[in-house]
Design a binder for this molecule. Structure first.
Ligand code: NDP
Length: 283
């Protein structure tokens, strides 16, 4: 059994599918792989997290996901944290290896698996919009993969500069910060643009990041982390210019596929997972 610690009640605000895409995807994967496993959601308060992890250990579960607010607080409760998850400073997936509990972060890895289907980021010059958890996971993995320059564009300078300092000091990146105070023009020296903000996440589906693509290269690769709905105004604007795009769906599918493989040791049925999400999101 896999456990997903949810702080919020799933479906409490109406549509349970929109609140629980990971559960739908993992249950579809277990069925497609012929595994008699279940993925259950549990609401766990911050105060109860240590007891909940003790319970997971006592029951001998195979692993679990954790969502906000547990991604950082879970770290001291584990036996080990994978090097990239330690650099990201957050754990979204925990797996059991014998009697050891190991923290992983599959968000950045999931993004990278989708990215590598289109290009190798080694040597790429990347602009990332946002400096939150998703941006942190993605930029750590991009830096580890050898991206030659990473520019963080963020409204809040504390978070933006903090991420840049971390990437340069701890991950060996060539990163810089650009404060997002007005429209940001994407230049011809950019290979990959990533929206890692929550702009255009359901229900705010018409929102567009305040950027200008006029000066960008026609072969710019535009990536969005928003999985729901996957075709955002940014993705549409890039496609209208003939640019290559990656929506938030591959990241979501692959972060789940990587977790599935960590837990089960079985190659993830990616097509079944993708199809389950597309049905859930109605795309
Ligand atoms: P955080 O709350 O940690 O960070 C949000 C970021 O978005 C901050 O940098 C914030 O800027 C910026 N932001 C929010 N609204 C605006 C706005 N109107 N204009 C400019 N910047 C804005 O969130 P996460 O990083 O955890 O998640 C971000 C998104 O990534 C979410 O929508 C989530 O659904 C998605 N995601 C997708 C995954 C996938 O598998 N596809 C996996 C993980 C996340 P500031 O610091 O200035 O407030």
């Amino acid at each position: 059994m896999i456990v997903d610690y949810k702080h919020e009640l799933v479906g409490a605000f109406g549509d349970p599918i929109r609140e629980n895409p990971t559960g739908i995807m993992q249950e579809a994967a277990f069925a497609a792989a012929g595994l008699q496993w279940r993925y259950e959601l549990f609401e766990v308060t911050a105060a109860a997290l240590p007891d909940a992890v003790k319970g997971v250990k006592a029951l001998g579960l195979r692993g679990f996901n954790c969502t906000i607010p547990h991604k950082v607080a879970v770290i001291p409760l584990l036996d080990e944290v994978a090097p990239d998850a330690a650099l990201i400073g957050a754990v979204n997936t925990v797996r059991r290896d014998g009697d050891r509990w190991i923290g992983e972060n599959t968000d950045g890895k999931g993004f990278m698996r989708g990215l590598r289907e289109v290009l190798d980021p080694k040597g790429a010059r990347v602009v990332v919009l946002g400096a939150g958890g998703a941006a942190r996971a993605i930029t750590v993995e991009l830096a580890l993969a050898g991206a030659s320059a990473i520019t963080i564009v963020n409204r809040g300078s504390g978070r933006g500069q903090g991420l840049v300092d971390h990437l340069n000091a701890k991950v060996g990146a060539q990163a810089g910060f650009f404060p997002w105070l007005a429209t940001v023009a994407v230049g011809a020296d950019v290979d990959i643009l990533v929206n890692a903000t929550s702009i255009a996440l359901y229900p705010d589906v018409d929102a567009m990041p305040d950027i200008l693509l006029d000066g960008a290269r026609s072969d710019l690769l535009v990536c969005d982390v928003i999985p729901n709905p996957p075709v955002t105004p940014l993705i549409r604007a890039a496609q209208a210019r003939g640019m290559r795009t990656i929506t938030g769906l591959p990241m979501l599918v692959y972060q789940g596929a990587i977790g599935f493989e960590m837990w089960t040791g079985v190659t993830a049925p990616v097509d079944a997972m993708k199809q389950a999400l597309e049905v859930a999101f109605g795309v």
